[in-house]
Write a protein that binds this ligand. Structure first.
Ligand code: DGP
Length: 114
Protein backbone atom coordinates (compact mmCIF):
# COMPACT_ATOMS: atom_id res chain seq x y z
CA UNK A 1 0.00 0.00 0.00
CA UNK A 2 2.68 2.46 1.00
CA UNK A 3 4.76 2.00 -2.14
CA UNK A 4 1.95 2.97 -4.46
CA UNK A 5 0.46 5.97 -2.72
CA UNK A 6 -0.11 8.82 -5.13
CA UNK A 7 1.85 11.38 -3.10
CA UNK A 8 4.93 9.16 -3.08
CA UNK A 9 4.70 9.13 -6.87
CA UNK A 10 4.64 12.94 -6.79
CA UNK A 11 7.68 12.96 -4.48
CA UNK A 12 9.47 10.65 -6.87
CA UNK A 13 8.40 12.82 -9.84
CA UNK A 14 6.65 9.85 -11.43
CA UNK A 15 3.49 11.91 -11.84
CA UNK A 16 3.27 15.69 -12.24
CA UNK A 17 2.06 18.23 -9.72
CA UNK A 18 2.02 22.02 -9.55
CA UNK A 19 4.88 22.23 -7.08
CA UNK A 20 5.21 25.46 -5.09
CA UNK A 21 8.03 24.44 -2.75
CA UNK A 22 10.45 21.59 -2.15
CA UNK A 23 13.50 20.88 -0.06
CA UNK A 24 15.29 17.76 1.14
CA UNK A 25 12.58 16.97 3.70
CA UNK A 26 9.30 18.03 2.20
CA UNK A 27 7.32 19.20 -0.79
CA UNK A 28 4.28 21.42 -1.37
CA UNK A 29 1.97 21.42 -4.39
CA UNK A 30 -1.48 22.62 -5.35
CA UNK A 31 -4.36 20.29 -4.46
CA UNK A 32 -5.94 18.82 -7.58
CA UNK A 33 -9.40 19.45 -6.09
CA UNK A 34 -9.07 22.82 -4.33
CA UNK A 35 -11.55 23.71 -1.57
CA UNK A 36 -10.42 27.33 -1.32
CA UNK A 37 -8.83 29.90 -3.67
CA UNK A 38 -5.47 28.77 -2.27
CA UNK A 39 -5.25 25.09 -1.38
CA UNK A 40 -1.78 23.61 -1.16
CA UNK A 41 -0.74 20.23 0.20
CA UNK A 42 2.46 20.05 2.24
CA UNK A 43 3.94 16.57 2.61
CA UNK A 44 7.10 15.01 4.03
CA UNK A 45 9.22 13.08 1.57
CA UNK A 46 9.31 10.33 4.19
CA UNK A 47 6.30 8.04 4.04
CA UNK A 48 4.30 8.46 7.24
CA UNK A 49 0.89 6.97 6.45
CA UNK A 50 -1.21 8.96 8.91
CA UNK A 51 -0.85 11.59 11.61
CA UNK A 52 -1.33 8.79 14.14
CA UNK A 53 1.92 7.22 12.89
CA UNK A 54 4.05 10.24 13.87
CA UNK A 55 6.64 9.28 16.49
CA UNK A 56 9.36 10.94 18.52
CA UNK A 57 11.72 10.21 15.64
CA UNK A 58 9.69 12.66 13.54
CA UNK A 59 9.98 15.58 15.97
CA UNK A 60 12.35 17.65 13.84
CA UNK A 61 10.51 16.81 10.65
CA UNK A 62 7.16 17.88 12.10
CA UNK A 63 8.66 21.12 13.34
CA UNK A 64 10.16 21.73 9.92
CA UNK A 65 6.80 21.17 8.23
CA UNK A 66 5.23 23.83 10.45
CA UNK A 67 8.00 26.33 9.75
CA UNK A 68 7.61 25.68 6.01
CA UNK A 69 3.83 26.07 6.32
CA UNK A 70 4.30 29.51 7.86
CA UNK A 71 6.68 30.55 5.09
CA UNK A 72 4.35 29.18 2.43
CA UNK A 73 1.40 31.07 3.87
CA UNK A 74 3.43 34.27 3.60
CA UNK A 75 4.60 33.47 0.07
CA UNK A 76 1.08 32.62 -1.08
CA UNK A 77 -0.34 35.88 0.24
CA UNK A 78 -2.23 34.45 3.20
CA UNK A 79 -1.09 37.07 5.68
CA UNK A 80 -4.71 37.72 6.66
CA UNK A 81 -5.15 34.15 7.85
CA UNK A 82 -5.33 30.57 6.71
CA UNK A 83 -6.33 27.12 7.82
CA UNK A 84 -3.92 24.22 8.31
CA UNK A 85 -5.67 20.85 8.39
CA UNK A 86 -4.61 17.25 8.85
CA UNK A 87 -7.20 14.60 8.10
CA UNK A 88 -6.37 11.37 9.94
CA UNK A 89 -7.65 7.94 8.88
CA UNK A 90 -11.11 7.13 7.54
CA UNK A 91 -13.21 8.95 10.11
CA UNK A 92 -10.98 11.98 9.83
CA UNK A 93 -11.64 12.13 6.10
CA UNK A 94 -8.19 11.01 4.98
CA UNK A 95 -8.09 9.52 1.47
CA UNK A 96 -4.36 9.43 0.66
CA UNK A 97 -2.22 7.33 3.06
CA UNK A 98 0.73 9.72 3.16
CA UNK A 99 0.72 12.38 5.89
CA UNK A 100 -0.19 15.79 4.46
CA UNK A 101 -1.12 19.23 5.68
CA UNK A 102 -3.83 21.09 3.80
CA UNK A 103 -2.89 24.80 3.72
CA UNK A 104 -5.99 26.71 2.67
CA UNK A 105 -6.86 30.37 2.42
CA UNK A 106 -8.16 33.17 0.28
CA UNK A 107 -11.68 33.05 1.70
CA UNK A 108 -13.38 33.14 5.09
CA UNK A 109 -13.33 29.70 6.69
CA UNK A 110 -16.40 28.34 8.45
CA UNK A 111 -16.44 26.51 11.74
CA UNK A 112 -17.09 23.72 12.54
CA UNK A 113 -15.71 22.03 9.44
CA UNK A 114 -17.81 19.22 7.97
P1 DGP B 1 -7.22 13.88 2.30
O1 DGP B 1 -8.66 13.65 2.02
O2 DGP B 1 -6.95 14.68 3.57
O3 DGP B 1 -6.44 12.58 2.26
O4 DGP B 1 -6.70 14.80 1.12
C1 DGP B 1 -6.20 14.31 -0.08
C2 DGP B 1 -6.15 15.46 -1.03
O5 DGP B 1 -5.28 15.11 -2.10
C3 DGP B 1 -7.49 15.81 -1.70
O6 DGP B 1 -7.83 17.15 -1.34
C4 DGP B 1 -7.25 15.69 -3.18
C5 DGP B 1 -5.75 15.64 -3.29
N1 DGP B 1 -5.22 14.79 -4.32
C6 DGP B 1 -5.52 13.49 -4.53
N2 DGP B 1 -4.82 13.00 -5.56
C7 DGP B 1 -4.05 14.03 -6.01
C8 DGP B 1 -3.10 14.14 -7.07
O7 DGP B 1 -2.80 13.20 -7.80
N3 DGP B 1 -2.52 15.36 -7.23
C9 DGP B 1 -2.81 16.43 -6.43
N4 DGP B 1 -2.18 17.56 -6.69
N5 DGP B 1 -3.70 16.35 -5.42
C10 DGP B 1 -4.31 15.16 -5.22
Amino acid sequence: MLADNIFLKIVQKQIPARIVYEDEHCMAFHDVNPQAPIHVLLIPRKVIPTHADVTEADRDLMGHLHVVAVRLAETLGLGDGYRLVVNCKDRGGQTVPHLHFHLMGGRDMGWPPG
